[in-house]
Design a protein around this ligand. Structure first.
Ligand code: PLP
Length: 502
């Protein structure tokens, strides 16, 4: 008779879990000493790993853990370093890691309420907690209506998933507003809008949904110009909508950004929402992509960036960026669940069950592309309970305060300039143009400075290109908000930047 494999005993598991926890603890304790950006050459790790899986098991993870230390850690970019200032933060925390661990250990699959009621109902409750904590209006929450509410929140993998979900909901709602016979023919007439500064995931969603044939196809995917502060120009959007409607187009989706990737500019939701209503009524979907900056809304003093959110049909942000919660965790709320699930729901016989048929429960499988889903609410629940809202606010406030300090340091040095208005924890800056220097020469000096800085391994910054009155400008981005970053790291970073600038 065939036997199955030999599994870990409970005792072995507890012992190994302790050793993995020690490894993580040691990693955290020493991560600031490592070169922040990975220094390995392409293919180095690939060459160090055997080309085929082992036939015989090792009966222990000792050798594997040794390989983690000797092969894997040196080939990482250390996102958890206090000196990581690139892109946006990718926060983790003890409670979040333990929530992930527990979720893995419980191993439930919460595609339907019935496949693990706790996975669904904890997520509903935690999304209501967080939605209320960032000041979302009641229609975005389940509230006392629970599973029968018209709105509510869900954890999506990423802001990119959320954008796609919102877009297909808007497409569905717009097509449903037409007589049935006209719906299929209306597909080529649908149009979607976002600003030139929006994240590429919005365009990607349009490509996946068939509204753009490629990145340069702007026939149905329309890019709205921005104002001087790099936020969407609502008057330009209104003009575009009017022109499109006059041409017989069917606007179905607008994505406004609160905290653009390049510079954290915030689109004016009130003006964008009002313009959309004026031209198209309430059929097209207004989505708010607050992937990074949404975390700041746990602080009442930062909520001005979402003024007008009551116009929105959906809103999302990533606690996995700046709110102490491990990737992946995008929180997405909608006030119109029916359009979202209308666009996503397919019910084969094998998924049918009595509570779902009775409409008495939330089945999250209908809220996003994947059917299967992890129990991600656990980590968010752990974070919210461990830190409390006060703890989350103090984390955000520290990031903003340190960014203000860094901005001051940049302004105090005549060789540099701040390159975009700072809204929260991101400072865009660059070496200022020298008299008589071309914009290409200024860009080249900045590119060179960034490369020299990152090559030191002592910090990691990223760059972007921002539109300007004249030519576009290459700028450096200093994003502050890693869990370990304190004032000493920001001052040390500035010291290095000022020295490298020569
Ligand atoms: N939207 C904005 C404004 C972002 O800044 C980012 C990433 O930085 C994204 C969307 C994409 O995020 P995700 O990786 O969650 O898809």
């Amino acid at each position: 008779m065939a036997h199955g494999p030999t599994h870990m005993t409970g005792e072995q598991f507890r012992e190994m879990a302790g050793r993995v926890a020690s490894l993580i603890d040691r990693y955290w304790a020493g991560v600031d000493e490592r070169p922040v950006r990975a220094t390995v050459s392409p293919g180095a790790l690939l060459d160090a790993l055997p080309p085929r899986a082992p036939e015989a098991g090792e009966a222990s993870l000792d050798a594997c853990l040794a390989d983690v230390e000797s092969l894997v850690l040196p080939a990482l970019t250390h996102w958890q370093s206090a000196n990581f200032f690139a892109y946006f933060p990718s926060n983790i925390s003890g409670p979040a890691v333990l929530g992930e661990f527990l979720s893995a250990g419980l191993g439930v699959q919460g595609m339907l309420w019935a496949t693990s009621p706790a996975a669904t109902e904890l997520e509903m409750r935690v999304l209501d907690w967080l939605g209320a904590a960032i000041g979302l209006p009641e229609p975005f929450l389940f509230g006392t209506a629970g599973a029968r509410a018209r709105g509510g929140g869900v954890i999506q993998g990423t802001a990119s998933d959320a954008a796609l979900a919102a877009l297909v909901a808007g497409r569905w709602r717009t097509l449903r507003s037409l007589p049935e016979a006209d719906r299929r023919g209306a597909m080529p007439l649908l149009t979607a809008y976002t600003s030139t500064q929006a994240h590429s995931s919005i365009l990607k969603a349009a490509m996946i949904a068939g509204l753009a044939l490629g990145p340069d196809d702007h026939e149905q995917f329309r890019l709205v110009p921005v104002r001087e502060d790099l936020s969407m120009d609502p008057a330009a959007m209104e003009a575009m909508l009017r022109e499109d409607v006059a041409r017989g187009r069917l606007p179905c989706f607008v994505s406004a950004t609160v905290g653009t990737t390049s510079s954290t500019a915030a689109d004016p939701l009130d003006a964008v929402g009002a313009a959309l209503r004026r031209v198209c009524g309430s059929t097209p979907w207004l989505h708010v992509d607050a992937a990074h900056s949404g975390s700041a809304c746990v602080c009442p003093e930062h909520r001005a960036i979402v003024r007008g959110v009551e116009f929105a049909d959906s809103f999302c942000f990533n606690p996995h960026k700046w709110l102490l919660t491990n990737f992946d965790c995008n929180c997405f709320w909608t006030r119109d669940r029916a359009s979202l699930t209308g666009a996503m729901s397919v019910t084969p016989e094998y998924l049918r069950n009595a509570p779902s048929d009775a409409g008495a429960v939330v089945d999250y499988r209908d809220w996003h592309v994947p059917l299967g889903r992890r129990f991600r609410a656990l980590k968010l629940w752990f974070v919210l309970r461990y830190y409390g809202l006060e703890g989350l606010r103090s984390h955000v406030r520290l990031g903003v305060r340190l960014a203000a300090l860094f901005e001051e340091l940049v302004r105090s040095d005549a060789r540099f300039e701040v390159a975009a208005q700072r809204t929260l924890n991101l400072v865009c800056f660059r070496l200022a143009p020298r008299t008589g220097e071309s914009s290409e020469q200024t860009d080249a000096r900045n590119r060179d400075l960034l490369e020299r800085l990152n090559a030191t391994g002592r910090l990691y910054l990223s760059h972007t290109v921002l539109p300007g009155a004249g030519a576009a400008r290459y700028v450096l981005r200093m994003a502050i908000g890693a869990v370990r970053t304190g004032e000493e790291h920001v001052r040390a970073a500035w010291g290095l930047i000022a020295t490298c600038a020569g």
